[in-house]
Design a protein around this ligand. Sequence first.
Ligand code: URA
Length: 214
Amino acid sequence: MKPRVTIVSHPMVTEQLTLARDKRTNQVAFRKAIYRLGRLMAYEFLRTLDTEASTVETPLGRTSGGKVKGDDKIVIVLVLRAAIPFVEGMYKNFPMARAGVISAWRGGPPDFPIEVTYAKIPRIMKDDVVVIADPMLATGHTLLEVAKRVMEHGRPKRLAFFSVISTMTGISYVAKAFPRAEFYTCAIDPGLDERGYIVPGLGDAGDRSFGTPR
Ligand code: URA
């Protein structure tokens, strides 16, 4: 089965992605770009939710209207630490979302072992829409481990992964275990380097947002 991938494309997405990729972009501007990309991706994702038709009285008459249904069923899972500004932006368009937080540290090649040291995940209901947010979907090892941990808390109606930049290697790796999952990304880059970083990518998203740890 082919992975279900949506490339979120919009001139504003291109602009913010270009800023985020640019090595001259400083920490504050980088975080702002990731925040804006989260907001834009959430906005686009709202198209996939149902809407409820209604009518509305204006001061001058009556017309048709509607509202988004099910935005209170969204559960965002924030993968520390790179997803902090990304999720902050998503909240602008998912204000009713419940949230989970998970820390996943990825070791080096060839196995890229994942160490989860903290996980606070809400109970997942069967009509929930779970969105796992990590700006970089590189090898897929982190997201696969995170998704497995999240699924221990219940099976949602939909499972979506939000990443700013992905690779097909990473998407295929996660999709093998979660074939019905949906992948939303702003770009699919061609490669990975020997450390598992996306090339050309944007570098280390956590370091660029928050500085390099000593
Ligand atoms: N994590 C990052 O921050 N960047 C990559 O390119 C891959 C994983």
